[in-house]
Design a protein around this ligand. Sequence first.
Ligand code: O2Y
Ligand code: MN
Length: 650
Amino acid sequence: MPELIEKVSNTSSYIKSRCATTSNVGLYNHIRGFPVAKGELDALSPKVRAFIEESVLLCQPESIHICDGTNRENNMLLRILQNQGTIVPLPKYDNCYLARTNPADVARVESKTFICTNRRDEAIPTAKLNVDGKLGNWISENDMKMAISNRFPGCMRGRTMYVVPFSMGPLGSSLSKIGIEITDSAYVVCSMRIMTRMGAAVMDLLRSNCDFVRCLHSVGTPANGKIEQPSWPCDPERTIILHKPASNEIVSYGSGYGGNSLLGKKCFALRIGSTIAKKEGWLAEHMLILGITNPKGEKKYIVAAFPSACGKTNLAMLTPSLPGYKVECIGDDIAWMKYDENGQLRAINPENGFFGVAPGTSNKTNPNAMKTIFKNTIFTNVASTSDGGVYWEGMEDTLTNDVQITDWLGKPWIPKVTKTPAAHPNSRFCTPAKQCPIIDRNWENPDGVPISAILFGGRRPNGVPLVYESFSWQHGVFVGATMRSEATAAAEHKGKVIMNDPFAMRPFFGYNFGAYLKHWLSMETRAHSYGAQPPKIFHVNWFRKDANGQFLWPGYGDNIRVLEWILKRINNESCAKKTAIGYIPSDGSLNVEQLQDEINVNELFSIPKEFWLKEIDDIIRYFDEQVGSDLPPEIAHELNDLKIRIEKSN
Ligand code: O2Y
Ligand code: MN
């Protein structure tokens, strides 16, 4: 690294020795026994400097690296990660790497994720006595302080502290927000560079001393000092993820994985984001954003909220089976939405990349993802192949006999013989969004894109029709509040149980779900205050099965047929009939022509009374146990009305 040495050559030899492996390092002096960063730090805003200095005092790193986001820096970090054994290059592809984590650090940990507020009921609804609250975890200010002081002092000893300035949303957009993540993981830095707009340009935006979300992350050091897997340090026993909305702070300890460590994503863009959004009158949601152009060339944008394992990334990158239709992708996971001065809801994708689940992604399920991910990508916990590539369940058609597979744990894996999965079920690709062949030309538009419809959905094998439209905004909010789905593998929950996941936000609410519903309800009045209407709300279910357990709907590219019907409804076409749960396609209005297999449309759209009576009972119990008096009366009213309509139905 000749340039690097040049850069520090006119500083003291002490600094040089500290900086030998890092670029752009502040000057280290010892003041009262603590290392304090200076030098380039002097050019930073007082708030940024203070955040870094506090973190240095607390975590006592070996050196500091203020990230500039350049290619050079990234290459250097990738080299460090290779030397540590954290990643290996994948020579079959262009600039791709594979990371294998500690097997105890493979997913978000909801049970260790907390919202810190003054009062408990600001963060979570009051669950019924002796019922386990499922809508988030609260921590008091004192306990948060204690959690930090039990874990962080000295936790970065011997490591570099990276300072990562990042923007959620296009740089400089009025809809974007800035954060700084301080982390001791180079893997996190490289991933944040993919997932956010990261680097010097963001630091420049902070020079006016404006505020930012403070994100402090350490992979941690176990209390006994023993790191099980030096290539992936972590402290699973003491992992904790803390959010303090009052001061826009995120503190995460003990995990280097995904949502626990890439703090711009779930922690900032959803949990802290939702609290900022409530305060400022907009929405931060767990939603994909896509554009659809019909054969007449008319284009509309929609957002959709699905729980994990419902094919959100697949829908975001849909290849339509109907001729003349085009789908373009804005984002696959998170939408920030705000009314413009005309009362039009507009959305941005605050992210810069996709952190998608690898298993199940294939040329059949998502050819556009497959065209995105084989350059400039970090894979985590997938299997590798002897020809320098990757493998996971779903990629069977890419295998040739001459290739050996190594599973995500580093063990030989033989197709059809080894009983355990080759790739971890929550293994991921972390890849730049701009590489997606159908990325929308407006995906970085600082004004966002106009949203015409909001879709909620779930994996519902029984009873729930392919698509229905809500009667009103208030009814639509009720539909979002009562979302349920077969459980996912993304978090700790396993097995096939129907779980409530309101708005697909259950693990991501930054504040009390009751207040969240109230905020959603208020978005209608807000639209009216501009003389406008909010978007129409729909519910979709691609996963209904018949009595033999066979899917009733082909899904994938044929989901465009459902989107086509939704587009007609957006254009106020009268192609719907009223049912007890909402509007469904009127006879013949859903295009089922030239489908490969014949569709049982009647069964697909049936609304079995017994099923819905049980569904309503389940919802009543859920609201009673989980939300209690925090449930807005409007939602209770919608539930009551649904019950009456179902009871009256045949
Ligand atoms: O387990 C993790 O840390 C990743 S979770 C995740 C990643 C990308 C998009 N969505 C999710 C999710 O759990 O919703
Ligand atoms: Mn998600």
